[in-house]
Design a protein around this ligand. Structure first.
Ligand SMILES: Cc1cc2nc3c(=O)[nH]c(=O)nc-3n(C[C@H](O)[C@H](O)[C@H](O)COP(=O)(O)O)c2cc1C
Length: 226
């Protein structure tokens, strides 16, 4: 029997807890994936400030939940095979620790393992404006193999809701990008209204709007967090 495809989603304490929550919602649609979650204490605070979700609701979407302080967890070792890791949102503190291999918590250690093992690591870094230190560390991480993915939405799909913007960053970019994370089979998740709009625009101009991935999952609006 083949090993399960494991994907790690970590939430750190930058603003935008919804990005990590949405990523968990998207990836868990694929039941062939073993979903691992780590939530920093900073992220516990932003989940409470920014969303109507409880910590238990959030981690309840994962198959395996790890304590950020548990450096003896499976994810701390390169021998524990995973398909990729997403840190969403990624605070400047966590980004800096990853860039410097300061492996003092499990999010940073697991990210470091992904880099050293040459596995996919996507960092949804969130801060603005960015100073020279932030930019230098992002550059170093990109050289080390990380995908730097700030949640900067595009507007070419005419988003009408906040969740359209969130989905653009989470579903379309980080999960379905050319990555091993995509190989999980978790495709972009879009609302039915966004899907209808895209279909109409594609019909008008099929050249300009190539088909979305065949595995697009349409999630009923009630499943989308406020
Ligand atoms: C409401 C709130 C919003 C925050 N937003 C950001 C942010 O957007 N980017 C950032 O780098 N830090 C942000 N912070 C600060 C981080 O939470 C703080 O640096 C924390 O130490 C990060 O720890 P962690 O990376 O271990 O989660 C925010 C803090 C709070 C309370």
């Amino acid at each position: 029997m083949s090993a399960p495809r494991r994907i790690v989603v970590a939430l750190s304490g930058a603003s935008g807890a919804i990005y990590g929550i949405r990523a968990l919602e998207v990836i868990r649609q694929d039941r062939s994936v073993e979903l691992h979650a780590i939530v920093s204490s900073g992220a516990k605070a932003t989940i409470a400030y920014e969303t109507d979700r409880s910590y238990d609701d959030v981690v309840g979407m994962a198959d395996v939940v790890h304590d950020e302080k548990n450096l003896a967890a499976s994810l701390a070792s390169g021998t524990f095979l995973t398909a990729g890791m997403l840190v969403a949102p990624c605070s400047m503190r966590t980004m800096s620790a990853i860039a410097n291999a300061l492996d003092d918590n499990l999010i940073v250690r697991a990210a470091d393992v992904h880099l050293k093992e040459r596995r996919k690591l996507v960092l949804m870094v969130r801060e603005t404006p960015l100073n020279a230190n932030h930019l230098r560390l992002m550059h170093e991480l990109a050289l080390a193999g990380a995908v730097i993915l700030p949640p900067v939405p595009g507007f070419y799909q005419k988003p009408t809701t906040l969740m359209d913007l969130v989905d653009h960053s989470v579903a379309k970019r980080s999960i379905s990008s050319r990555s091993r994370i995509r190989s999980s089979g978790a495709g972009p998740v879009r609302s039915r209204s966004a899907e209808r709009r895209t279909r109409a625009r594609r019909a008008e101009n099929p050249r300009r709007f190539p088909a979305l991935a065949a595995r697009t999952i349409v999630v009923p609006r009630r499943d989308i967090a406020a």
